[in-house]
Design a protein around this ligand. Structure first.
Ligand SMILES: NC(=O)c1ccc[n+]([C@@H]2O[C@H](COP(=O)([O-])OP(=O)(O)OC[C@H]3O[C@@H](n4cnc5c(N)ncnc54)[C@H](O)[C@@H]3O)[C@@H](O)[C@H]2O)c1
Length: 336
């Protein structure tokens, strides 16, 4: 299958997507789009692409006849870019988050269903050998039945740009990854959340850059999240720092290395039972991050199936995001 591709949004992240696309022998960039013509021209030059550039997506689609649009625009533009592309008969692979509110995300899913075209969302933080090995290890029962998942996320990036102006930059632009990872690791969906969201003193963000959330999951487990995007010092990884407790022990994952666990021998008796420390076996050999997710995205349309991070699945992670924001606004537990 040959892919004729229009890429929309020629900013920082576009580099990651273009680096991938130019290595595929069945994919061709046919146009670049950005509301800034200068940004699109510079990207074409940077990648030595002799393609037309457009400031209006519809013009690019009508003139260059793509079958696939890559949406690497800002979150506020995703709904327009994705729905226009689907309505013009293109599949779409796009950056997270799907949209800036749940209504828009649901509308996008409805358009994907009406048009029968795939819209798949970038959730690169699922595509790591260590998180896949963690999930497989938990499924094998290394700590018995996992019942409690804790994730800490503390970083202090000074981005500049759209994130500084968002109302909820941490929850909408970042925690979507961690919430999606929680669904991926646990295999469960959220059924309720209590969230306290705030913007700490000295924050360089306009909106709330810190949050604490408690989710009840539909398998009876609990997932807690403590996060901040304006925490200087002692950074966690971008994948978060995880502690998962089960009936037979605890697993820890720092987001970088293979997970470890301390597992009890229940035949022993005592005040504290002795534990054995074990390291997870590597159980995944796919490519990492964007490359891994893009491999899965392309494979899905080439094999006429939905991708792992299809918009219908991703909506469940988005529901966690917007229920958390609603909870914080209303100061109460919210049911999904
Ligand atoms: N998956 C990840 O790990 C990861 C990391 C960083 C950013 N992102 C996501 O990637 C997306 C882009 O982020 P970025 O850092 O590249 O932002 P950026 O601001 O560097 O680039 C965005 C570009 O989109 C353009 N744009 C805005 N509205 C447009 C529209 N309607 N049509 C065409 N172009 C438009 C802007 O002019 C800009 O050039 C965001 O959704 C962000 O959340 C994902």
């Amino acid at each position: 299958m040959e892919h004729r591709i229009v890429l929309a949004g020629c900013g920082n992240m576009a580099n990651r997507w273009l680096d991938y696309v130019i290595t595929r022998d069945n994919a061709e960039i046919v146009a670049l789009v950005d509301i800034s013509e200068d940004a699109a021209r510079k990207k074409a030059e940077q990648y030595n692409l002799s393609v037309p550039v457009f400031t209006v997506l519809k013009d690019a689609i009508l003139k260059t006849h793509p079958n696939l649009v890559l949406d690497v625009t800002i979150p506020a533009a995703h709904k327009d870019v994705v729905t226009q592309s689907l309505n013009h008969g293109c599949h779409v692979f796009g950056e997270k988050p799907m949209a800036e509110n749940l209504e828009d995300a649901k509308e996008i899913v409805a358009v994907a269903e009406q048009t029968g075209k795939n819209y798949t969302v970038m959730q690169n933080r699922r595509f790591l050998p260590s998180i896949r090995s963690l999930r497989d290890w938990l499924n094998e029962g290394i700590i018995g039945k996992a019942h409690t998942y804790h994730a800490d996320f503390f970083l202090g990036p000074h981005f500049g740009g759209f994130r500084d102006m968002m109302d909820s930059p941490l929850i909408v632009d970042m925690a979507i990854h961690t919430f999606d990872q929680a669904r991926f690791i646990s295999g469960a969906n959220a059924k309720s959340v209590y969230c306290y969201e705030f913007n700490p003193e000295g924050s360089w963000y306009k909106g709330n850059a810190s949050a604490v959330c408690i989710f009840e999951m539909d398998d009876g487990s609990v997932f807690t999240y403590r996060g901040s995007w304006c925490a200087e010092g002692f950074p966690t990884s971008w994948e978060g720092d995880w502690r998962i407790i089960g009936t037979k022990g605890t697993a820890k994952w720092d987001g970088v290395h293979l997970p470890t666990a301390e597992v009890v021998n229940k035949d022993e008796k005592g005040f504290f039972l002795p534990t054995e420390k074990v390291e997870a076996p590597l159980s995944w050999s796919g490519r990492e991050e964007h490359d891994g997710c893009l491999d899965e995205m392309f494979s899905s349309i080439e094999n006429d199936r939905l991708a792992e991070t299809d918009c219908r699945d991703n909506l469940k992670s988005m529901e966690m995001v917007f229920a958390a924001i609603q909870s914080a606004k209303e100061g109460r537990k919210v049911y999904l």
